[in-house]
Design a binder for this molecule. Structure first.
Ligand SMILES: [Zn+2]
Length: 60
């Protein structure tokens, strides 16, 4: 069986979620990002958000 690997490179994204207003923000993955780790602060609440998801998306 052939392992069909697409040549399309993936870009990693990080979704950060504010525990206060529940707003989710998608941004580019940065070195050191770790699932559920505290990250940048929410722009409206001024409290640290937590990373809720890390995923890869093919470059369009
Ligand atoms: Zn917030």
């Amino acid at each position: 069986m052939m392992f069909s690997k697409k040549e399309k490179p993936l870009v990693a994204f990080t979704v950060q979620k504010c525990q206060s207003c529940k707003k989710e923000t998608k941004r580019k993955f940065e070195e050191g990002d770790c699932l559920f780790a505290p990250t940048l602060e929410c722009t409206s609440c001024k409290i640290p958000t937590n990373i809720s998801k890390i995923f890869g998306q093919p470059i369009e």
